[in-house]
Design a protein around this ligand. Structure first.
Ligand SMILES: NC(=O)c1ccc[n+]([C@@H]2O[C@H](COP(=O)([O-])OP(=O)(O)OC[C@H]3O[C@@H](n4cnc5c(N)ncnc54)[C@H](O)[C@@H]3O)[C@@H](O)[C@H]2O)c1
Length: 356
C-alpha cells in the first residue's frame, strides 16, 4: 500500500498532537520532514516519538521547495496559515490547516480559491468533530434519543494561551473567540451544514477592557447567540478566565431529553494526590488534591480521528466530511469575524448568504 508522505510545518504543541496521530497510522503514513526555526523543538519531538528518518528544516520556503511529500500539515501560528497553505498548494500539495483557518477572511478566501483553482484539497483540522464522545452524542441526537434538538450550549475556555502568537490581533486574528470559540462555532456550523441565519454577540473588548488579561490585544471573554435555518438555537462561548484546566463542555437540549458532554473533566480516574504528579488535563495549573487525570487525551479530544480521516481522504484524493473542509474553515472564520462585528457595533447580524 502506498504511504502518504507528510511534511509537518511547526514543531510545537499542535505538531505534537498530530505526530502522535500519524504514528498510530504507520502503515499508511511516513513523516518525511519537520520545519521549525527552533531546531531544539524539532529535536525534542523527534526524541519523544523516536523519529529518525526525516529531514529537518528551519526555513518554510526551503522546506516546501525541497520536501518530497504529498501533504503539508500546517501546525504554525495563525498568521502563517495563509502563506504556508498558498505556497504548499502552488507546489501541488494537499494541505491540513489547523484552526483558525487564517487571521483574516480575505486570506482565508484566497486559500480556498487557490485550492479550487489548482484542484487540490485543504483539510480543516476541527478536532471536536473527531471526538468520540461528541460523535456518540451526535449519533444519539440523530437517532431521536432526545426528541427534536432545539438548543445547544457549547464552550471552550481556559486560563490563557501559552503561545506568544496568541497575544496580538495581527498574529492571532482576535482573542479567545477566534482561538478557542472557533471550536464550538465550527462544531455547530458542521452540525447544521453551515445553515445559520442570525447571530448576536458580546465580548470583553480586548486590552484594558478585558476581564483579566489586560496586556492581550484580543478579548479574553466572548459569547454569541446563534440561530439556524431549522430553528435550532445555540449559545457559544470562549474565555481565558477559567482556571483549573481546559473546559470543553457541550450540552444538547431536545423536546424529549438532553445530553451533557464534558470532554476534559470526565476521566474514569479520580485521583487525590498530596505531592502532585506530572499531568492531569490540558492547561491545569496544579495536580495536587483531587483531579481527573486524562486517559489518552489526544484520542479523546479528536486528533487521532481527524488525522485518520485526512490521511484516508488524501490517499484517495477526495475532500473531507462537512466541517473538515477548507470551505468550512473559512465559514467558521467568517462567522467569528461577524461575532466580532456584532459585539463591536451592538447589532444582530443576518446571514446574507441565505438571504435571511
Ligand atoms: N486544534 C487544537 O486544539 C489546537 C491546539 C493547539 C494549537 N492549535 C493551532 O495550531 C497552530 C500552532 O500552534 P502551537 O501552539 O502548536 O504553536 P505556536 O503557534 O506557538 O508555534 C508553532 C511553531 O512555529 C514555529 N515558527 C513560528 N514562526 C516560524 C517561521 N517563520 N519559520 C519557522 N518556524 C516558525 C515556532 O518556533 C513554533 O515552534 C495554531 O494555529 C494554533 O491555533 C490547535
Amino acid at each position: 500500500m502506498r504511504k502518504l508522505r507528510v511534511l509537518i510545518m511547526g514543531a510545537a504543541f499542535s505538531a505534537d498532537l498530530h505526530i502522535d496521530a500519524y504514528l498510530r497510522l504507520k502503515d499508511r503514513v511516513e513523516i518525511v520532514g519537520i520545519v521549525d526555526r527552533a531546531a531544539d523543538r524539532i529535536e525534542t519531538l523527534a526524541t519523544r516519538y523516536g523519529l529518525t528518518d526525516f529531514k529537518s528544516y528551519s526555513d518554510i520556503d526551503e522546506a516546501i521547495a525541497d520536501a518530497d511529500c504529498d501533504l503539508v500539515d500546517v501546525c504554525m501560528p495563525n498568521f502563517l496559515h495563509h502563506k504556508v497553505t498558498v505556497a504548499a498548494l502552488k507546489k501541488g500539495r494537499d494541505v491540513i490547516v489547523e484552526k483558525p483557518f487564517a487571521t483574516t477572511v480575505a486570506d482565508g478566501r484566497e486559500m480556498v480559491e487557490t485550492a479550487q483553482r489548482l484542484g487540490k484539497h485543504i483539510y480543516y483540522a476541527e478536532d471536536w468533530l473527531g471526538c468520540p464522545a461528541l460523535r456518540k452524542a451526535l449519533e444519539l441526537v440523530e437517532s431521536g434519543a432526545i426528541g427534536e434538538l432545539k438548543f445547544v450550549r457549547a464552550r471552550e475556555c481556559h486560563s490563557g494561551s501559552h503561545s506568544p502568537f496568541a497575544q496580538t490581533i495581527e498574529y492571532c486574528g482576535g482573542g479567545s473567540m477566534i482561538h478557542l470559540g472557533i471550536h464550538p462555532v465550527g462544531f455547530m456550523l458542521a452540525m447544521k451544514n453551515n445553515r445559520w441565519t442570525e447571530l448576536v454577540a458580546m465580548t470583553s473588548g480586548g486590552g484594558e477592557s478585558n476581564l483579566v488579561h489586560k496586556g492581550m490585544e484580543g478579548e479574553d471573554w466572548a459569547g454569541a447567540l446563534m440561530r439556524f435555518e431549522d430553528g435550532t438555537t445555540a449559545v457559544l462561548e470562549a474565555n481565558y478566565v477559567s482556571a483549573g484546566g481546559m473546559e470543553d463542555v457541550i450540552a444538547f437540549y431536545g423536546t424529549q431529553g438532553c445530553l451533557h458532554v464534558d470532554l476534559t473533566f470526565s476521566s474514569p480516574i479520580k485521583a487525590f494526590s498530596i505531592p502532585g504528579f506530572d499531568y492531569t488535563v490540558e492547561k491545569a495549573e496544579i495536580t495536587t488534591g483531587w483531579s481527573n487525570p486524562a486517559v489518552d487525551e489526544k484520542f479523546n479530544l479528536g486528533y487521532v480521528s481527524e488525522i485518520t480521516h485526512f490521511v484516508d481522504c488524501a490517499l484517495k484524493g477526495v475532500d473531507a466530511n462537512v466541517g473538515l473542509r477548507g470551505v468550512d474553515g473559512l465559514e467558521a472564520l467568517e462567522v467569528v469575524n461577524l461575532i466580532y462585528q456584532s459585539a463591536k457595533e451592538g447589532v444582530a447580524i443576518k446571514n446574507k448568504k441565505l438571504g435571511a
